[in-house]
Design a protein around this ligand. Structure first.
Ligand code: MN
Length: 201
């Protein structure tokens, strides 16, 4: 049966008005599902990879058989990235607290400065891709990746990510990626980001 689409922990309208219900529904049921279908189709050729999590596959891309390596990178990346994306968003945005808040302040001086730097990474990603807050287990870092490349394939653990593919915002924001990113800050689920941070530390 392979990889399956995770359910969202909230309704499609839960992130309104920042992210509209129609975008959420299409993004989840069509885009995310398509990555999963194509990942499963590729893995059919390699039953020895059955049972490995998509994160495991992405961490060890160089060991994936060459004939499906690009499919795992693109569609496996799409599956992993979107699975994280849904969970690091939620209807009750806010600010980071506790150890994560301290670490962000240590590294960027203030939460505002961190937001500014992360936003610049999201806006600066040319074409389709993602901006990330990630960690190597010691330090936090902001990074951007093209297409569906995952920080996991670079030895990093993604803690927070924003999808800047046009499909993530075009219905509501058209070509105005900056407006989407500004709105998105209102729906970041910092409890989940903190949980990932504690797990990775
Ligand atoms: Mn997407």
């Amino acid at each position: 049966m392979g990889h399956i689409l995770p359910e969202l922990p909230y309704g499609y309208a839960a992130l309104e008005p920042h992210i509209d219900a129609k975008t959420m529904e299409i993004h989840h049921t069509k885009h995310h599902q398509a990555y999963i279908d194509k990942l499963n189709a590729a893995l059919e050729k390699h039953p020895e990879l059955n049972g490995k999590s998509v994160e495991e596959l992405l961490k060890n891309l160089s060991t994936i058989p060459e004939d499906v390596r690009m499919a795992v990178r693109n569609h496996g990346g799409g599956h992993a990235n979107h699975s994280l994306f849904w969970l690091v968003m939620g209807p009750n945005g806010g600010r980071p607290l506790g150890r994560l808040a301290d670490e962000i302040e240590n590294q960027w001086g203030s939460f505002e400065k961190f937001k500014e730097t992360f936003t610049a990474a999201a806006l600066g990603q040319f074409g389709s891709g993602w901006a990330w807050l990630a960690t190597d287990g010691k330090k936090l870092e902001i990074m951007a990746t093209a297409n569906q490349d995952s920080p996991l394939s670079q030895g990093k653990v993604p803690l927070l990510g924003i999808d800047v593919w046009e499909h993530a915002y075009y219905l509501r924001y058209q070509n105005k990626r900056a407006d989407y990113v500004t709105a998105w800050w209102n729906v970041v689920n910092w409890d989940e980001v903190s949980r990932r941070f504690e797990q990775a530390a």
